[in-house]
Design a protein around this ligand. Structure first.
Ligand SMILES: [Zn+2]
Length: 297
């Protein structure tokens, strides 16, 4: 990926390195921000979201969880690692580890994400979001459910949340949604139905969903395009493949120069009948296959 050949009219004019307009969703599909929510949540769900991340004061007792202490094993291990990795910042020795442990405990005690209730954990298991507990993984078989099935406790999951990646934003959403359901409140903002934005006119969203990118016009010319962005031309339009190959292999192009046979093979491959052509993307050839690495651009 990265570069492709397109056949465009000889008089095709589009600025180099500027994304072809047909590839970009037009501004007319932009919606208006919802005035009643930040990201599509109801006020109650937004409140839970803020508790999850600690943007609002959170109390571990509210989920029946025990506050972390500086010497809780997971906190202590994290503090030791921080202090060891940056002694210039944290200082060193036991006092520094305790101090860092207290800071971490205080931070995590302010976040629901490290103090889930058993119901929260059950919701994550039901949504298949705790595979570290419920599955095994191997290179041969990938993820496989444990037999018999395993139901992690809230304490186990909260301890786990201090290590590695912990919960992602999908887990946050699953837990928030499940709790809204249990409490019988709406998860989604009633104004925008959870979209976070409003249509400027009726049917705008359906039009945006139906929108498809349009390729540049087709013609007899040969042009090199980059596909790192949505797609823009990077060479002049040439009348023949040889002329384009000549341009690609011109030493004047400095570090973008490629050997003539490589350029020619790239172009030929791009137009071989067996080539893979997809709507909106044109032909994509594996440039590595012809010995042309991305770093040359
Ligand atoms: Zn809204």
């Amino acid at each position: 990926m990265g570069r492709e050949i397109r056949r465009v009219p000889l008089d095709f004019e589009w600025p180099l390195n500027k994304v072809w307009e047909g590839f970009l969703m037009p501004d007319r599909f932009d919606e208006v921000d919802c005035s009643d929510c930040k990201n599509g949540y109801s006020p109650q769900a937004q409140n839970l979201y803020d508790l999850w991340y600690g943007y609002l004061p959170f109390d571990p007792a509210s989920t029946g969880s025990t506050p972390w202490r500086h010497d809780s094993p997971g906190v202590r291990a994290f503090a030791e690692r921080n202090v060891t990795q940056a002694p210039d910042y944290y200082g060193s020795g036991e006092a520094a580890i305790v101090r860092e442990g207290q800071r971490l405990a205080s931070l995590w005690n302010g976040q629901w994400s490290h103090h889930l209730s058993q119901e929260d954990v059950d919701a994550l298991v039901a949504a298949d979001r705790l595979r570290d507990f419920t599955h095994t993984w191997s290179r041969e078989d990938g993820w496989q459910p444990k037999e018999p099935s395993v139901a992690p406790t809230a304490a186990e999951v909260n301890e786990w949340s201090l290590r590695g990646m912990g919960h992602d934003s999908i887990n946050a959403h699953v837990v928030i949604e499940a709790r809204c359901e249990r409490e019988g409140v709406e998860t989604r903002c009633p104004t925008c139905k959870g979209h976070g934005s409003m249509e400027k006119y009726e049917g705008q969203r359906a039009e945006a969903e139906a929108w498809e990118p349009t390729d540049p016009p087709k013609g007899d010319g040969w042009q090199l395009w980059e596909t790192v962005s949505e797609g823009s031309p990077v060479s002049p339009v040439f009348a023949t493949a040889d002329d384009l190959a000549g341009w690609m292999s011109d030493p004047e192009r400095g570090d973008r120069w490629v050997p003539g046979d490589v350029a020619r093979k790239f172009i030929d491959d791009g137009w071989a009948p067996t080539g893979v052509v997809t709507p909106g993307r044109g032909y994509s050839s594996g440039v590595e296959a012809v010995g042309w690495s991305e770093s040359q651009y």
